[in-house]
Design a protein around this ligand. Structure first.
Ligand code: PMV
Length: 333
């Protein structure tokens, strides 16, 4: 029996996807831009099932995976494939606490399912079956918006476009462009109380949301310019403004959603102070959770980890860096 093994990385959004213009078609309310990671990933095995239902196992558990099962149903509906699948999946990092496990998870599930259905062993094979990388990314984003960006390595742009069918996903720079690190500081690995898919809609009720949507094009242009120049100070300043703005929208939406914890605030206060006083070359961004992503240059990461641990000795740090994107392997039992 052929089993397809897909390793798909998570990604950290520099420009955040928050809020949907159309829920059914997963049309975002603005563009987003991310860096693909290397170590934080989901590994998913898929094979065709002899039964007439999917069997999904995640981290060894066979129950409670409605979101993955729904995505498989949606994929069958969108592609016309009929076979049910046996799926086994695990993460290399704690899931559902704001480290974008839905991005790597939905990307890995989408690629693995398509490989099992088409018997493709590579992205070139998928292309032969009319699934270009971008087509796969659009299917992945139907499971979780951010998953579409995990189809490439390096820096990736999800363009809103003028209507749902005109969205675009593409790699903007390859990973060699700039060796950036993401030190994922796990302040809490508890499952977050509100899933991001549930919270996206609350953004429309925030009085800050229209102002946020208006600045997205300019902020994206400035981020790209900072990456072009490898100007970490400019990029870092934009990253922090962007993350805090998204959390301000979350907190002022209806219902108000608060992902930041006391410890998150303590951490970012310390990081900013350390930068101001000692010139620590590190900036933060935050996804939909309390955990802090510290962005720095690769050659500074050892020193920065030491500084973090000297202040917060109980924090686990996942040391990650810019990665190459997903991989497909085939085994035959
Ligand atoms: O892909 P979703 O629906 O889990 O939303 C992800 C939202 C953020 O991670 C907070 C931002 C982003 O662009 O990844």
């Amino acid at each position: 029996m052929k089993t397809y093994i897909v390793e798909a990385p998570s990604n950290i959004a520099f420009l955040k996807y928050w809020g949907k213009a159309n829920v059914d078609q997963q049309w975002p309310s603005g563009d987003s831009f991310s860096m693909t990671l290397n170590n934080a990933k989901t590994i998913t095995r898929a094979q065709k099932s002899k039964a007439n239902k999917d069997l999904v196992t995640i981290e060894g558990l066979t129950e409670g995976h409605r979101r993955a099962e729904k995505h498989l149903e949606k994929l069958r509906h969108l592609t016309g494939f009929k076979d049910h699948l046996v799926i086994e999946s695990k993460n290399t990092f704690p899931a559902e606490c704001g480290i974008a496990s839905s991005a790597s998870g939905m990307a890995a599930l989408t690629i693995a399912a398509l490989c099992a259905w088409t018997e493709a062993e590579s992205f070139e094979d998928l292309q032969q079956h009319n699934f270009s990388r971008e087509a796969v990314a659009h299917l992945a984003r139907m499971g979780s918006g951010s998953a579409g960006r995990s189809l490439w390595g390096g820096f990736v742009h999800w363009q809103k476009g003028t209507e749902p069918s005109r969205q675009k996903l593409c790699q903007v720079y390859p990973p060699e462009k700039w060796q950036l690190c993401d030190l994922i500081c796990v302040l809490s690995n508890k499952t977050k109380s509100v899933s991001s898919s549930g919270a996206h809609q609350a953004a429309w009720q925030s009085p800050l949301f229209p102002a946020r949507l208006a600045v997205i094009p300019e902020r994206l242009a400035m981020m790209r310019q900072a990456i072009e120049k490898k100007d970490l100070e400019s990029l870092g300043t934009l990253l922090e403004t962007e993350a805090l703005e998204m959390h301000a929208v979350m907190m002022t939406g209806q219902p108000s959603v608060q992902y930041l914890s006391e410890k998150s605030i303590q951490f970012i206060t310390w990081l900013r102070e350390k930068r101001r006083q000692d010139g620590l070359p590190a900036w933060f961004t935050i996804d939909a959770g309390p955990n802090i992503h510290v962005i720095c240059q690769s050659n500074q990461s050892v020193k920065i980890i030491e500084e973090i641990h000297a202040r917060f000795n109980d924090i686990d740090i996942i040391e990650d860096y810019i990665g190459n994107g997903p991989q497909i392997k085939l085994t035959c039992d």
